[in-house]
Write a protein that binds this ligand. Structure first.
Ligand SMILES: NC(=O)c1ccc[n+]([C@@H]2O[C@H](COP(=O)([O-])OP(=O)(O)OC[C@H]3O[C@@H](n4cnc5c(N)ncnc54)[C@H](O)[C@@H]3O)[C@@H](O)[C@H]2O)c1
Length: 252
């Protein structure tokens, strides 16, 4: 049986660890040529993909998504090497927790720069290629904190709400080229927490599970299934949407 993403070329930003790694592994498992774009070297993800029988050798690119030259170069290299770019997963993102009264302008700008400007630049770099192909899938990673108004994350929540606005407006402009743009608001997922995070690996489950309708820990592999669907031909009539995937904490 043909694999879901056979013949497709997918760029996953922030693919070195966490959710991005799981997304890249899922695309490789489903037959795609995967490009691992990260500010750090995605060797762990490459090894995970190569351990999967029949997976294509992934391309590793060191890319800072906040740099326009770097994102343009990313698109140029991928197009030159593989001839097309079918799917972009805008996953690279950062967060840190800070009460609003202590939130500095520097921290505010840093989070908006990676989470929002980075997504803009990566998308801007690939859309011309997708337009030429008359086919493209863009999936943007937002967060269920936008529905919940989670405290100590004003800069992060603002950036992730921006992702929803970006998704809605861009979808309208590029639909005529066969390009869909969708977002996922995921809940707290079992990836590595930054040092000093209020919810660390040790106490995360006791805080996260009680408000969920489905009381089990959400994993990057859960999210990977939804990302994969939104990047597939099966979702060709879905665009401009934001899908909430958080075990039923927020209702959207
Ligand atoms: N894990 C969660 O609980 C959760 C919840 C909601 C939303 N999200 C979103 O999911 C996405 C991935 O989250 P995660 O938990 O896997 O994060 P993570 O910290 O585990 O991984 C983020 C990746 O992005 C890369 N990155 C950071 N800055 C970059 C830059 N400037 N250019 C290129 N790459 C860069 C990092 O090197 C890293 O590989 C993020 O957008 C995040 O906001 C995560």
């Amino acid at each position: 049986m043909a694999k879901l993403h056979e013949g497709r070329v997918v760029i996953v930003t922030g693919a070195a660890i966490g959710n991005g790694q799981a997304f890249a592994a899922e695309f490789a498992r489903e037959g795609a040529q995967v490009v691992l774009a990260d500010i750090i070297e995605a060797t762990e993800t490459r090894d995970r993909i190569l351990a999967q029988a029949g997976a294509c050798e992934p391309m590793l690119l060191t890319v800072d998504v906040t740099s326009e030259p770097a994102t343009k170069e990313m698109a140029r290299i991928v197009k030159e090497k593989f001839g097309r770019i079918d799917i972009l997963i805008n996953n690279a993102g950062i967060y840190d927790e800070e009460p609003f009264e202590l939130l500095s302008l520097e921290a505010w700008k840093r989070v908006l720069d990676v989470n929002l400007t980075g997504l803009f630049l990566a998308t801007k770099a690939v859309v011309p290629v997708m337009k030429q192909q008359q086919h493209g899938r863009i999936v943007n990673l937002s967060s269920d904190t936008i529905w919940l108004g989670t405290p100590y994350l004003v800069h992060y929540v603002t950036s992730k709400m921006g992702v929803v606005g970006f998704t809605r407006a861009l979808a309208t402009e590029v639909g005529k080229y066969g390009i869909t743009v969708n977002a996922i608001t995921l809940g707290l997922t079992a990836t590595q927490r930054p040092p000093g995070a209020r919810l660390n690996q040790g106490n995360i489950l006791s805080h996260v599970l009680p408000p969920q309708a489905i009381e089990r820990a959400e994993t990057p592999e859960d999210i990977a299934q939804i990302v994969s669907f939104l990047a597939s031909d099966a979702s060709s009539i879905i665009t401009g949407q934001t899908i909430n995937v958080d075990g039923g904490v927020a209702r959207h």
